[in-house]
Design a protein around this ligand. Structure first.
Ligand SMILES: [Zn+2]
Length: 350
């Protein structure tokens, strides 16, 4: 069994985005109560949660923006974006989300943990340098990737983003940086609008952004096929020292915002696929952070299968899952990625 860490803290529930908002504290309530059930209690090591330091936030965000979010502390609802509002506890929750993830990264790098899952909110992948967006305040995954490099000497970091939505904030923050490879699957065209095949990084970072835009209706087989046939060869060629995952469970078949068909077993397969890559590249070092996912039961059940996979309590075959893919759908996607990325990645030239 692996030593798997979890980041959990009731203060994440103090961020309230407004009545009837899908990104509600209930999301973590159902997940935390699942962790306390008899078959899950005691299996995971809790990571001590801390606030992100200013110097960590500054790896991604502007000082003015950090001040803007800080100014919401203790205040009633403040709208930072049409979809993104704060409550009195939002700033601290956001600091604890980024800081909890950084702490988990630190413990996985040091070997205290084999892998970890940060069960945090607010999510992060839409947050840009100076802008809250799409339910996100600070960009947890982007901060975590830079933190691993700047504070722990990791030379190359892979960020895998399987959330339904494109992580525009993560892409924008990292697109000129060849030390951090950003890979995203997402429903397209859809919010936030970015993430076309030909957005492949800029300047020195050209080739180090891999976008896989998808129409609705992709399920376990297609996702596993994309991971096995695109992500895996690129990841092995890139050879990261650490893999971070922006895990959105809004690709679950029952999600109210999404049109994808992934089931809890599918999430286990994607996790296993990434674990195999990490096993070959970086001693299995994976840290997952929670992004979206708005069907409460789907979120709870899927996080459970991901945690069991991380801990080694189940071993799902991603290859068997990929064999179930609708080949026509998969071929279309593979062709789109190959067209753009064969000039950057030898492993995609065949
Ligand atoms: Zn999402």
């Amino acid at each position: 069994m692996n030593k798997t860490g979890i980041v959990r803290d009731n203060r994440y529930m103090d961020h309230q985005a407004g009545a009837f908002h899908p990104e509600s504290p209930k999301r973590l309530e159902v997940v935390y109560s699942m962790l306390d059930e008899q078959d899950m209690a005691g299996l995971f090591q809790e990571v001590p949660v801390r606030r992100a330091e200013q110097e960590e936030l500054l790896l991604i965000h502007s000082p003015e923006y950090i001040d803007r979010v800080a100014s919401t502390e203790g205040k009633g609802p403040q709208a930072l974006d049409p979809d993104t509002s704060t409550s009195s506890g939002s700033y601290v929750a956001a600091l604890l989300a980024a800081g909890g993830l950084c702490q988990a990264i630190s413990m996985v790098i040091s070997g205290e943990l084999d892998n970890a899952f940060a069960l945090v909110r607010p999510p992060g992948h839409h947050a840009e340098r100076s802008r809250a967006m799409g339910f996100c305040l600070f960009n947890n995954a982007a901060i975590g990737a830079r933190y691993a490099r700047e504070f722990h000497g990791m030379k190359k970091i892979l960020v895998v983003d399987w959330d339904l939505h494109h992580g525009n904030g993560t892409q924008r923050s990292l697109e000129e940086d060849p030390s951090i490879l950003y890979f995203s699957t997402h429903q397209y065209p859809y919010y936030p609008g970015s993430g076309a095949f030909d957005q492949a990084g800029r300047g020195e970072g050209e080739g180090f952004t891999v976008n896989v835009p998808l129409s609705t209706g992709h399920g376990n087989g297609e996702y596993a096929g994309i991971f096995e046939k695109i992500l895996k060869p690129v990841a092995l060629e890139f050879d990261p020292d650490l893999i971070l995952v922006s895990a959105g469970f809004d690709i679950h078949e029952n999600d109210p915002l999404g049109g994808m068909n992934v089931t809890p077993d599918g999430f286990a397969g994607l996790t296993r696929s990434i674990m195999e890559m990490a096993g070959e590249c970086c001693d299995g070092k994976i840290v997952i952070t929670l992004e979206g996912g708005y069907d409460l039961m789907g979120l709870r059940d899927s996080i459970k299968t991901v945690l069991k996979e991380l801990a080694g309590l189940s071993e799902t075959s991603s290859r068997d899952m990929a064999a179930l893919a609708d080949q026509r759908k998969l071929d279309y996607v593979l062709a789109g990625v190959h067209e753009v990325h064969k000039m950057f990645w030898k492993s995609l030239q065949a």
